[in-house]
Design a protein around this ligand. Structure first.
Ligand code: GLU
Length: 301
């Protein structure tokens, strides 16, 4: 396969970005920072800022969190075209992408629990357990020695993993353009080699058992379907971008540019999480702070 061609990137001028929170808790200062950066980048370019609700984790997503996050964003002065897309309503699109990969023998069913994976990764013959963007790198317990040819129907009662060795076979390095920075300061044209993906990422889950889609697949399908030209998000997702660029290539989708920004941390230097309710935007609002106060707090005055 040939490397990405420059003409696969969207034309300058058609700037579209998105903010893609999961409605699993209140938005905090880190979300405000991310959404404001994306919104400002879209405004500065006469572009479009989209809100996308990433609610594939149905066990933790709640309509009341969705309602609150929309309220928080509006309060900050952020606007987006209605209705916002919800990933739970896009399962047909994700199914079609999974079908393509399944038909090419690049996916395999996996019935391992987290405990199974931990136990297999800890086995002495595996060496030290290795970690990638999704945590422990899958030790390959369910990976078939050879793909079933022709493949039968795609199973829908278990997780599906991407066979990374097969998916990258014969592939030249991929790349993406980074206008922000990785946590260790990488910027500009970032190269992703098959070796990086095989050793540093491994066989990622593309369909959850309960949902028949998973974050990496859904984000790539939606960014393409929504014409996103630049993904703006926190540097904690920088390493996942290698997976996204690979999936774009495998599915014949365009490659957006990327802008990973630094993370807002607490006094101890720890990244803020949704469970840190003390830093929820709603808490600050209830205490009488204004959107301008929030902008000042995240250094975006
Ligand atoms: N849903 C992810 C989050 O809340 C963001 C995913 C993305 O921007 O690609 O962290």
């Amino acid at each position: 396969m040939c490397p990405n061609r420059p003409d696969e990137h969207p034309a300058p001028g058609a700037y579209v970005t998105r903010f893609a929170p999961s409605p699993t808790g209140p938005l905090h200062l880190g979300h405000a920072y991310s959404a404001l950066i994306g919104y400002r980048r879209a405004q500065a370019r006469g572009g479009t800022f989209l809100l996308r609700i990433e609610d594939l984790d149905q066990a933790r997503s709640r309509p009341e969190w969705e309602e609150l996050l929309m309220w928080d964003l509006s309060w900050l002065g952020i606007d987006w075209p209605r209705p916002a897309w919800r990933q739970s309503e896009r399962l047909d699109a994700y199914g079609a992408a999974l079908d393509q990969l399944w038909a090419r023998g690049l996916l395999y069913p996996c019935r391992c629990s987290r405990a199974d994976i931990r136990a297999a990764a800890d086995a002495p013959q595996e060496g030290a357990p290795r970690f990638g963007p999704d945590g422990l790198i899958y030790p390959g317990t369910c990976r078939p020695a050879a793909p079933q040819v022709p493949p039968g129907p795609r199973p829908t009662d278990c997780a599906l993993r991407l066979d990374m060795v097969r998916a990258t076979a014969g592939m030249d390095p991929l790349w993406f353009d980074e206008s922000g920075a990785s946590p260790d300061g990488q910027s500009g044209r970032i190269e992703v080699t098959p070796q990086d993906l095989i050793e540093g990422v491994g066989d990622v889950v593309l369909a959850r058992r309960d949902m028949q889609a998973a974050y990496h697949l859904a984000v790539v399908v939606d960014d393409a379907a929504q014409g996103v030209s630049e993904v703006v998000r926190g540097a904690d997702l920088f390493d996942a971008t290698a997976i996204h660029v690979l999936l774009q290539r495998l599915l014949g989708l365009p490659h957006p540019a990327y802008h990973h920004h630094g993370l807002i941390r607490d006094e101890a230097g720890k990244r803020l999480a949704k469970r840190d309710d003390a830093r929820a935007l709603a808490t600050y609002r209830d205490a009488g702070l204004s959107p301008a106060d929030i902008r000042r707090m995240v250094g975006l005055d």
